[in-house]
Design a protein around this ligand. Sequence first.
Ligand code: GUN
Length: 286
Amino acid sequence: MSATVIDGKQVAARVQEEVAREVAQLKEEGLTPGLAVVLVGDDPASQVYTANKERTARELGMHSVLHKLPATASQDEVAELVQRLNRDPAIHGILVQSPLPEGLDIDAVVRLIDPLKDVDGFHPENVGRLWLGQDGLVPCTPAGVMRLLQEYGVDPKGKHAVIVGRSNIVGKPMAALLLRAHATVTVCHSRTVDLKETCRRADILVAAVGKLQMITGEYIKPGAVVIDVGINPVPGYKRRIRGDVDFDSAAEVASLITPVPGGVGPMTIAMLMANTVKAARLQCGR
Ligand code: GUN
């Protein structure tokens, strides 16, 4: 292996220390940042994610609540909860975990969240702000990737960044952030015909497709920076996860690479915590 492995756990711990310090300072000034996490239904992965988010916020000194609604909850019930949280002055960040159970419309729910409390950065107003280059709340996973690049001295300016995947949660906001950082950005997806060749032109390759280890060393330009956003279960193993990148072959070719687990994953929660503090400041003019 020739690549340096990016330590997402270490950077995430540093971000969380910064957040804890900011929270302590704000509390001295009489402002306790508050996060509300909403879980609808009993998807096992979502249960783990939301519990981690609620606990981390609490550990960093924030006010933190997890609202659980049954899978049978109606659109109106979810909407009413969001609107109540919008009005709650102790809550500065609202996150509705996706996916919602079948029959519920996540887009309609997200549109109801006060954009100033939208710590996921998914509200159309925040999406628009991001593409317009205006200050706002930025989706956590792409924000975490930008922080990792910064921590490891990678300046996207003038570089060719290739993103594989065009989801609203990762691919699209990742493109906006890299563009804002002056990269030349290509977004690939399932209909891209020359995927391997396009990836091989990347100075920075971001894999966010959700396909286990599909990006092998053959997709990577020697010396490229490889960021793996994938979290895929490994068939035949109960708890093993791997990324969209085949780590062993990619690490032979890349200069820097994120592992899975321990790369981008820990950054998502850390940036959510940072967003909650930012949201509290935005709402209280600090
Ligand atoms: N489901 C998977 N990732 C996310 C995320 O970042 N935010 C929310 N709300 N739901 C998710």
